[in-house]
Design a binder for this molecule. Structure first.
Ligand SMILES: Cc1cc2nc3c(=O)[nH]c(=O)nc-3n(C[C@H](O)[C@H](O)[C@H](O)COP(=O)(O)OP(=O)(O)OC[C@H]3O[C@@H](n4cnc5c(N)ncnc54)[C@H](O)[C@@H]3O)c2cc1C
Length: 405
């Protein structure tokens, strides 16, 4: 059973994250949205120092309650919601293992986890990134064309990756790494795809572009070209063996861990918009009446309650998916449910917030229009809305990816 009572240590850390969100993120939110590609160095230093002091683990962004609790993934979701209530773009820009760290944690051996993630506990701020998407392949990761060819004690990587979150920071501007998904055997399809750790400044890895985006503009999104990029053989995460039956499952385990986190990001943004609307209504003496017949509710009251319901439903699905992972249960279905629900909910909630607030919602004086822009990405990365719904359908109806695609 899920226990909804949080440990006192987790509660305290969440309060700290809320303070960071309110006092470190919100004041610079607009500035780094307007100044895309500029680097919030002072903010990074503050968050890096805070995570060092907390003894935070290496494989993700700051998280609450680590060490005190076996609910590591659930606690991560709680802290991610808090920080994304502050600013989702800035959250994604915080130094840490990020998606690259999550991939190492999910697909790497114990020795690789220690070797590659240790760095995030010490020294200067650094970033991890994960590069799957290519110009010709996004949702259909089996179509990856980037190759890794064995040459003695090395793998040689060739290909182009696009839309890599924190790619520039990981590849060029810190002592981080990029986890690159490449095929070692094109004939084997999905089973031939393996993740490789490519260290910062490895010759042959070049950031050729950073994107201008609709939302999460404080987060760098890079196009990276790999040209005869050589990495040591033991930088392939997990086993090099191409298991034609289910070999891809190890790699997909990364998504089972990261989808609840993205869902939590969405919930943080949605909560920011909902809180703003609630405060606005209170300041303008517009009541939201609970506990009366639905027939007597105003349209605004109905809308507001619907926003609350959608957010809570998404949050409960997210907690369940994270909790199952903590319990060592397979959460592939629940992770996709949470991600699909939260992505859709936050898109609708933030749009509704802009609508209900009218000019205040649309104005750049407030952050509501920004949250609407920041929300949409949660419906796109780590599997789009449609792809996650398809995974849910496959799992419920017991279809294989070949039977339902
Ligand atoms: C800001 C940002 C950051 C990102 N960060 C990363 C990152 O760090 N690492 C990384 O590897 N990638 C990253 N991505 C890429 C992201 O994961 C992909 O954009 C996403 O997986 C969709 O792939 P695509 O863009 O190629 O779209 P496509 O796969 O071409 O899909 C286009 C549309 O078709 C729909 N569609 C596709 N196939 C089906 C189907 N079978 N049934 C129904 N509908 C379908 C999709 O849902 C979508 O609506 C990022 C993208 C953005 C915008």
């Amino acid at each position: 059973m899920i226990d909804f009572e949080l440990e006192p240590q987790v509660v305290n850390q969440l309060k700290m994250y809320h303070l960071a969100a309110a006092q470190l993120m919100r004041p610079i939110s607009r500035e780094f949205d307007e100044r895309e590609h500029s680097e919030p160095r002072a903010f990074w230093e503050a968050m890096w120092t805070a995570s060092q002091n907390l003894g935070e683990p290496a494989d993700a962004k700051p998280r609450a309650g680590e060490g005190a609790s076996r609910l590591r993934n659930l606690n991560t979701c709680l802290s991610v919601e808090e920080l994304c209530w502050g600013d989702a773009g800035l959250f994604l820009s915080i130094p840490g293992g990020g998606l690259g760290g999550a991939a190492v944690a999910a697909a790497g051996t114990a020795e690789q986890r220690e070797r590659f993630l240790r760095r995030f506990r010490e020294g200067q701020p650094k970033w991890g990134a994960m590069a799957i998407t290519e110009p010709g392949c996004g949702s259909d990761s089996a179509a990856i064309t980037t190759t890794a060819t064995r040459d003695g004690d090395h793998w040689v990587i060739n290909g182009t990756k696009i839309f890599c979150t924190a790619g520039q920071m990981a590849a060029e501007k810190s002592e981080g790494f990029v986890v690159v998904w490449a095929t070692v055997d094109r004939q084997a399809g999905r089973a031939g795809i393996k993740p490789f750790v490519v260290e910062h400044h490895t010759p042959g890895m070049t950031v050729v572009r950073v994107e201008n985006k609709l939302g999460i503009r404080a987060s760098d999104t890079a196009m990276i070209v790999f040209e005869n990029c050589r990495v040591p053989a033991d930088h392939l995460l997990g086993s090099a063996e191409v298991k034609r039956d289910g070999g891809f499952k190890d790699v997909m385990a990364t998504f089972d861990a990261t989808r609840p986190i993205v869902a939590a990001m969405a919930i943080g943004v949605g909560r920011a918009a909902l809180d703003f609307v609630r405060d606005f209504l209170a300041q303008n003496n517009i009541p939201v009446r609970y506990g009366i017949s639905p027939r007597r509710l105003t349209a605004l009251e109905r809308d507001f309650m619907e926003m609350e319901v959608q957010l809570k439903a998404a949050r409960l699905l997210t907690w369940r998916a994270a909790w199952m992972l903590d319990m060592g249960k397979r959460n592939n279905l629940e992770a996709s449910m949470a991600k699909a629900k939260a992505g859709k909910a936050v898109t609708q909630i933030t749009q509704k917030a802009v609508e209900l607030l009218g000019p205040v919602g649309y104005s750049r004086k407030e952050l509501v229009e920004k949250w609407m822009r920041d929300a949409k990405i949660n419906d796109i990365f780590e599997g789009t809305q449609q792809i996650n719904l398809m995974i849910v359908a496959r799992r419920i109806l017991d279809y294989s990816s070949r039977e339902l695609n």
